[in-house]
Design a binder for this molecule. Structure first.
Ligand code: NAP
Length: 242
């Protein structure tokens, strides 16, 4: 890796954790390629604030993911760091999970990771350097009741991380996973203040997580000096899962 300025591509960068990652990487001096789907205004606001490039892409779309990675690499001269963050969650009893719900959960949360990793990896292999950071969930580690499809998809991301780390280490590419606990974003907007309070009480550090907690961990894993960390699942959860 011999470019002076590194480039990060972040999916789901319009809101929540991905947006915070985009702002943090931009502040740290990275070129940022920010991928969004529906939240165009938020993405444009992010571009104005941080100077990042924005790309509209559904992470489920294999061909479009390749086009976006090619365009980002063309613009910045490569892709050094990939943060696979875009994701959806859904609460349902297992017996109420339809085939369509199941497929969509895996298409966004697992195939999306495959699509962007597959498209970005050649640029990293070319440079013999890369950092891939996948955002899983503590439910992928422990299993969440009424979230079987979400938990299974997030567990798949953990498996992908471990296997790919073994394949890419010799190419100078690390692959790690962040498994967040309860983080204050739109994804948890459906939780009542009482439930949030219960979750806080269950958390040893006595607070809910913030997108900054995750962004700081992503920056740490993206650092060139983090090259001896690969195939790991980093819990950022205030101790709610130990
Ligand atoms: P969020 O606030 O709901 O934001 C989700 C982001 O993903 C948005 O930017 C959205 O883009 C994007 N997205 C969703 N479907 C997409 C698709 N098909 N194609 C492209 N982009 C898509 O969620 P968050 O809380 O920041 O979660 C980010 C990641 O952290 C997810 O993978 C989630 O599973 C994981 N996580 C979150 C928590 C938590 O407590 N919040 C805990 C554990 C893990 P648009 O709005 O532009 O459509």
């Amino acid at each position: 890796m011999n470019r002076s300025k590194q480039t990060v591509l972040i999916t789901g960068a319009s809101r929540g954790i991905g947006r915070e990652c985009a702002a943090a990487f931009a502040e740290a001096g990275y070129n940022v390629a920010a991928v969004y789907l529906n939240s165009r205004e938020a993405a444009e606001e992010l571009r104005e604030k941080t100077g990042c490039e924005i790309f509209r892409c559904d992470v489920r779309d294999h061909l479009k993911a390749k086009k976006v990675c090619d365009a980002a690499a063309e613009k910045f001269g490569g892709i050094d760091v990939l943060v696979n963050n875009a994701g959806i969650a859904e609460q349902a009893l297992f017996s109420d999970i339809t085939e369509k719900m199941w497929d969509n959960m895996f298409d966004v949360n697992v195939k999306g990771v495959y699509n962007f990793t597959h498209a970005a990896l050649p640029f990293m292999i070319h440079e013999k350097y890369g950092r891939i950071i996948n955002i899983s969930s503590m439910w992928g580690q422990t299993g969440g009741s009424c979230e079987v499809h979400y938990s299974a998809a997030k567990a798949a991301v953990i498996g992908l991380t471990k296997a790919l780390a073994k394949e890419t280490g010799l190419s100078g590419i690390t692959v790690n996973c962040i498994a967040p606990g309860v983080i204050d974003t739109d994804m948890n907007a459906h939780l009542t203040p009482d439930i949030i309070d219960e979750l806080r009480e269950e958390t040893p550090v006595n607070r809910i997580g913030t997108p900054e907690d995750i962004a700081r961990t992503a920056l740490f894993l993206a650092d060139e000096r983090a090259g001896f960390i690969t195939g790991q699942i980093i819990g950022v959860n205030g101790g709610i899962v130990i």
